[in-house]
Design a protein around this ligand. Structure first.
Ligand code: TXA
Ligand code: MG
Length: 327
């Protein structure tokens, strides 16, 4: 069926497919997810197959309301509840201790579970009609750019997913913030849709940002969220001589010279909302490289900086190396 409009009938159909152990791609406010019934081990296994994701990487379980929290998680701390109440539904994933009801496939055999209530109305409606938890990673091939539209999902996974619910472009555009709330002090495992300063306000201190968690977080592999085209982070002064065949993401105006220039927004949220779609577009042009102007070093830019760094890792940063590479 491919992409369908998210009418009540189609949401009903999607929930029915999930019940039968099929996969359904659906919109969330962060990125599109590839969903399966979280209680059905075989259905969850199919997600890994479609994505080409290593089996020991855990997936997030999406639920429709707080009532089911204790079905999935135990020993939930006061702080965890405060965070849930402050940011759910929304782009926050809490890492909690799991109950015995959670299939091993979901957690990659770990004792913890990622849980989130998304805020996209289509996701919430799907979860409500389905009634259970939906295990869903981003609906892209392992290591690639997350999809922020139904068309991106189709381009990525096409025939492999029977149904893609269309919910328009994701409003946040970057994945959820992942917070480990299983220890005394909360820690951020992946910066994302929620500002760290807002989290600090709720918990009362600035949480540590864990760059290499002991648990397997695929989004924390050094190279992830990456276009196929080699990507380099550069300073504005390095953009004076852009080679033909390169794409450029910049805050400035495009000069009259070579390359495909995209002027990016000055606000972190808008930049984050558009980033993956822009990278995906540039990636489809068969360019030699993508040059991205450094973004500000302020806290609001944390998630964008994190994704840019990972998308460009595995290659040397900066134009001098790039020039060497070209000759
Ligand atoms: O915004 C999002 O979080 C999107 C939408 C679809 O909800 N989902 C998403 O899922 O980004 P995924 O699988 O692409 O990335 C989830 C990250 C992975 O890096 C995974 O390793 C980590 O969450 N994760 C899941 N469960 C975990 C756990 N128990 N402990 C540590 N990390 C976990
Ligand atoms: Mg992902």
């Amino acid at each position: 069926m491919g992409i369908v409009a998210s009418t009540p009938e189609m949401i009903q159909l999607a929930a029915g497919l999930l019940k039968q152990g099929e996969l359904v791609a659906f919109p969330t406010e962060t990125v599109y997810g590839l969903g399966a019934d979280a209680a059905n081990s075989e259905a969850v296994a199919a997600i890994f197959k479609v994505k080409g994701r290593p089996a020991n990487h855990p997936v997030i379980v999406h639920v429709g309301n707080l009532d089911s929290l204790e079905f999935w998680a135990r020993d939930i701390s006061h702080t965890a509840f405060q965070l849930a109440q402050s940011f759910w539904p929304g782009p926050l994933t809490l890492i909690l201790r799991r109950t015995d009801r959670v299939p091993d496939r979901v957690t990659g055999g770990q004792e913890t579970l990622g849980l989130r209530i998304p805020s996209h109305p289509v996701a919430l409606q799907l979860l409500k009609v389905f009634g259970g938890g939906v295990a869903a990673p981003s609906a892209n091939h392992f290591g690639r750019i997350s999809p922020t539209t139904a068309q991106h999902v189709q381009a990525e996974l096409g025939q492999l997913v029977p149904l893609i619910l269309d919910g328009g472009a994701s409003q946040v555009g970057l994945e959820s913030t992942i917070i480990d709330v299983t220890k005394d002090k909360v820690r951020i495992l992946r910066p994302g849709g929620i500002d760290v300063l807002a989290i600090a306000e709720v918990v009362g201190y600035m949480p540590e940002l864990v760059s290499k968690p002991e648990v397997r977080v695929s989004g924390n592999l050094e190279s992830h969220y990456a276009p196929a085209t080699p990507m380099y982070l550069v300073s504005p002064s390095e953009l004076t001589t852009v080679p033909e065949g390169c794409g450029v993401l910049t805050f400035g105006r495009s000069p009259d010279n070579a390359g495909v220039w995209v002027q990016m927004p000055q606000q972190a949220e808008v930049y984050g909302q558009r980033l993956y779609a822009v990278l995906r577009d540039l990636d489809s042009l068969g360019l030699d490289c993508i040059l991205v102007e450094h973004v500000p070093d302020a806290p609001q830019w944390l998630a964008v900086r994190d994704r840019l760094r990972r998308a460009s890792s595995g290659v040397k940063k900066g134009m001098p190396e790039f020039k060497n590479k070209m000759v």
